[in-house]
Write a new protein. Structure first.
Length: 91
């Protein structure tokens, strides 16, 4: 069911990804991890639709909605922690 590649050092990611399908938490999805510019995890599996008629493909498009807000907040907090001031310009 799961396709793609996974560096052996990141096998726990593959196991957790597979577990989501085994437990019925997800019906389709993908995960990618890049470390130092190298893709160490690139996995996908399951189905694109709830009826499970279209397999998930490497090129399946999905909406990410507001998932980037947490990443941006974390990046800003890291900058503040390192003493980098944030300057906003409102025009």
């Amino acid at each position: 069911m799961i396709k793609g590649s996974c560096d052996p050092h990141f096998s726990a990611v593959r196991d957790a990804f597979a577990c989501c399908f085994d437990q019925g938490i997800e019906h389709g999805g993908g995960v990618a991890v890049v470390v130092d510019g190298k893709a160490v995890v690139d996995l996908w599996g399951g189905y694109e639709d709830p009826q499970r008629t279209r397999p998930w493909r490497q090129s399946t498009l999905v909406n990410v909605w507001s998932s980037s807000k947490g990443v941006v907040a974390l990046a800003m907090a890291m900058l503040v922690d390192k003493g980098k001031g944030l300057s906003l310009s409102l025009r």
